[in-house]
Design a protein around this ligand. Structure first.
Ligand code: 2BA
Length: 114
């Protein structure tokens, strides 16, 4: 595949969508690599897919990702910084919306399979 015609799509997916999206990618003949990853903010496991494609298939791939991931509300408890003061801290859960899929599209400069 000529590298000029390639994109690398990196998409961070919620754990609960990983099976669904992997099946949809396979069904639609996309090649991918799945990496176990951890969100920096929630510090929970998520899954990162690396998907190398001919750039003509970019919108098709975006549709597959969009159709198979959904946004979810999650709650995060935070430990406060140590202020040195005496007292009991009751953390209030913070609601955040996660995903559906955080997606980056990168031009591939070179692609080889050795
Ligand atoms: P986390 O870093 O665990 O973030 C989970 C969710 O928490 C985020 O959902 C966002 O709604 C919220 N959040 C993140 N940082 C925040 C902050 N400093 N203050 C308040 N709320 C915050 P998403 O934006 O959908 O991100 C889902 C996951 O995608 C992230 O998990 C992270 O693993 C990845 N991600 C998101 N943006 C990224 C970026 N710019 N670069 C690399 N990875 C990213």
């Amino acid at each position: 595949m000529g590298a000029k015609m390639m994109k690398l799509v990196i998409t961070v997916i919620h754990e609960r969508d990983k099976q669904k999206i992997a099946e949809a990618l396979l069904r639609n003949n996309f090649k991918f690599t799945k990496l176990a990853s951890t969100g920096g903010f929630l510090r929970e496991g998520n899954v990162t897919f690396l998907i190398g494609i001919d750039d003509k298939r970019l919108s098709e791939l975006m549709d597959v990702i969009r159709d198979n991931c959904k946004a979810r509300d999650q709650y995060a408890n935070f430990t406060p910084p140590d202020t040195g003061s005496i007292g009991v801290f009751v953390p209030s859960p913070l609601k955040v919306q996660v995903g559906g899929a955080v997606t980056f599209v990168i031009d591939v400069e070179q692609f080889e399979r050795f």
